[in-house]
Design a protein around this ligand. Structure first.
Ligand SMILES: Nc1ncnc2c1ncn2[C@@H]1O[C@H](COP(=O)(O)OP(=O)(O)OP(=O)(O)O)[C@@H](O)[C@H]1O
Ligand SMILES: O=P(O)(O)OC[C@H]1O[C@H](OP(=O)(O)OP(=O)(O)O)[C@H](O)[C@@H]1O
Ligand SMILES: [Mg+2]
Length: 279
């Protein structure tokens, strides 16, 4: 049985559970369940705090897990990132009161509040800047206003939490983070199937199928607009002057492609979602 660690709470939990559900795995029915067996798929799920997942997977107690890249690096665990999962994208940044800090070196001997002392400590050490790290559990943006720190280092998505606290980002990007699949150092058997299934879910979310009819002489120009992943399917129509084309296209920008195809001379342009995929 492949032992899989899944976030039980926080920003990653809902999307992680949804992806596993779409990938055909059994989920928990009750949010208090901590372990769920899925013998049909040969896996067992352990619902854990996202911050602890890298520790369990790095120690080999569990085989794989879903967590954030920032949490993985902060933990210093021996687990390895094997795939990005296309959700919970954020950047990890320094921020201070508006107008006070401009560059990393301004942090020398200052107090920096963070929930990620491992990640921030490593970054400062690699940059040769010495600062005093204040470890907080969350809501670190309040630390400056409340006087326990001069600056913060935290997850930034839209930046609205920082702005509301009168802070602005400065200095280099510490990390580009997102949800990732991590593996224990002893690459367990069965990871490949899990990874392929999750990649299938990502593809089904990112792509749609486009079908259209086209005068055959326009095929090369149309294929340049919809190259597909391998190569588009081209089928004959009853009218020998016309063909039908089917290809996968990125969901974003589908309407632009439809406009361009119509302009070119394609007709009966249809877009359908992909329910599941193995690429
Ligand atoms: N606003 C956000 N946008 C994108 N990712 C985020 C955001 N907030 C947190 N994350 C990501 O979620 C992970 C943190 O998990 P955690 O469980 O601490 O989430 P949380 O929402 O901060 O929960 P908690 O309430 O326990 O602090 C990290 O990988 C972090 O990058
Ligand atoms: O740039 P934004 O879109 O504002 O998002 C970033 C905020 O979201 C997370 O907070 P969370 O809600 O997890 O609270 P926490 O700080 O207590 O973990 C993160 O820690 C930042 O504070
Ligand atoms: Mg948080």
């Amino acid at each position: 049985m492949l032992k899989i660690a899944v976030p039980n709470k926080g920003s990653l939990a809902e999307t992680a559970a949804q992806m596993l559900h779409e990938a055909g795995y059994v989920g928990r029915r009750d949010p208090k369940e901590l372990i769920v067996a899925d013998p049909r798929n040969g896996v067992e799920f352990f619902y854990l705090r996202p911050r602890d997942i890298a520790t369990y997977v790095g120690s080999g107690a569990l085989d794989v897990g879903i967590t954030g890249r920032d949490l993985l690096l902060d933990s210093g665990s021996a687990a390895a990132e094997i795939a990005a999962l296309d959700f919970a994208a954020s950047t990890f940044r320094f921020a201070g009161p508006t107008g006070v800090f401009t560059e990393l070196e301004d942090l020398a001997d200052k107090r920096v509040a963070t929930s990620y002392p491992g990640l921030v400590g490593d970054f400062l050490a690699a940059s040769g800047v010495t600062a005093d790290l204040i470890r907080l559990d969350g809501a670190v943006e309040s630390a400056v206003r409340l006087g326990v720190a001069d600056a913060v280092a935290d997850v930034v998505e839209t930046g609205s939490t920082l702005r509301k606290q009168g802070l602005e980002i400065f200095g280099p990007v510490i990390l580009e983070s997102e949800a990732v699949l991590i593996s224990s150092p002893t690459n367990a058997t069965g990871i490949d199937t899990l990874l392929r299934r999750l990649q299938g879910v990502m593809v089904a979310r990112q792509y749609v199928l486009i079908d259209y009819d086209l005068p055959a002489r326009l095929l090369e120009k149309a294929v340049a607009l919809t190259p597909g992943i391998e190569s588009p399917t081209v089928s004959p129509l009853r009218d020998p002057e016309w063909i039908a084309v089917r290809a996968m296209v990125k969901r974003d920008g589908t309407n632009h492609i439809m406009d361009d195809l119509y302009e070119l001379g394609a007709r009966a342009i249809l877009v359908t979602p992909i329910h599941a995929a193995r690429i």
